[in-house]
Design a protein around this ligand. Structure first.
Ligand SMILES: [Zn+2]
Length: 342
């Protein structure tokens, strides 16, 4: 039985987080209980220095006589150091899990810099996210949006534009904003190509892919919806819609995009701080399915969107709040309202 230090925090997957002396990074390993359950550790596969993880990502695997297990990042951050001693002596994990058996050191965004992420709602499905003096906008439908609080001319400069899909109420002003601000549009490959051909700087991604940008990390995830791109008269840019998972300022936000309830949402369980979920029904989930989506994802905070823009997607956010009950904190934002995650 190892001495268990008092200054640790634990995850449900039995990783621990320990403060280091320099305050710039935290030390991560598995608990004494976990090493006991695993038995003799024979191999530990760890990431490279510089790798970036969101909270809940698999950062490595551990192989023991009894089982092989995945290791989950307890925090979002960048790997600053890896315990290379485990290559030659993986049993250090058994002998000294809180000392010589540590695995990685992670510069957690919340320690390294800001611990705040501010979300501002601009009506329908449009949000800006700000952290560490960087600003991105998701689904920038301002022009022609009856629910927005600001015209395009009053939108502050953004670093990037993230798109869930190509419908007009999401693609919106993406190309004009990209050209005005020199901002990059991040979207699925076909939609990115469409915007690129119209003079925007783009970065193409696709579902399942993640990438670290200067403003934060983006991962595209499945959404079930229509794939046509507004303004595409040729039909050659049809694409899969997606959800967008953004990690900035030490917080992870999941913008569901337009989607029905999907089993894939369960893959994000416990990995999301705030979930932006459509509740308007007709084109997307309604309240009942949005509540089930919250059950699937288990975010701390949930913000309803994609409702009351037009009569056909009329919904009562207070009813959504009541039905979510104790599952998550529901924050109802009027257009122009902001909410800070800290
Ligand atoms: Zn929509």
């Amino acid at each position: 039985m190892a001495n268990i230090p008092a200054d640790l925090r634990y995850t449900k997957d039995h990783e621990y987080v320990k403060q280091t002396g320099d305050n710039a990074s935290v030390q991560i390993g598995i608990t004494d209980y976990a090493q006991g359950e695993l038995g003799d550790v024979v191999y530990v596969d760890l990431p490279k220095v510089g790798a970036v993880f969101a909270r809940g990502d698999v950062f490595g695997t551990i192989e023991a006589v009894k089982a092989v297990s995945e290791l989950y990042a307890p925090l979002a951050g960048t790997v600053t150091e890896v315990n290379t001693a485990l290559e030659g002596d993986p049993a250090l994990v058994n002998k000294d899990p809180y000392g010589g058996g540590w695995m990685i050191k992670l510069a957690h965004r919340a320690i390294a810099s800001s611990v705040m992420l501010t979300l501002t709602f601009h009506g329908h499905a449009c949000f800006t996210l700000e952290a560490d003096a960087r600003r991105v906008i998701i689904d920038p439908f301002l022009t022609g949006n009856p629910a927005t609080d600001i015209p395009l001319t009053r939108l502050a400069k953004v670093d990037a534009i993230l798109l869930s899909h190509g419908h007009g109420d999401h693609l919106g002003d993406a190309v004009p904003i990209a050209r005005r601000d020199g901002a990059t549009i991040v979207a699925t490959a076909e939609l990115a190509r469409f915007c690129g051909e119209r003079g925007a700087t783009v970065h193409a991604m696709h579902i399942g892919g993640a990438r670290q940008f200067p403003f934060g990390r983006v991962k595209l995830v499945p959404a079930f919806h229509g794939g046509a791109v507004e303004g595409d008269t040729t039909g050659q840019f049809t694409t899969n819609p997606c959800g967008v998972v953004v990690t900035m300022g030490g917080h992870t936000v999941y913008h569901c995009g337009d989607t029905g309830l999907t089993m894939e949402m369960q893959l994000l369980a416990g990995r999301v701080d705030a979930m932006l979920v459509p509740i308007g029904d007709n084109y997307t989930m309604g309240i009942e399915d949005a509540v089930r989506a919250v059950e699937f994802v288990q975010p701390r905070t949930v913000i309803p969107m994609h409702y009351n823009t037009w009569d056909v997607i009329k919904a009562d956010p207070e009813q959504f709040q009541r039905q979510v009950g104790g599952r998550a904190r529901v924050v109802v934002l009027a257009p122009g309202d902001a909410h800070t995650l800290s």
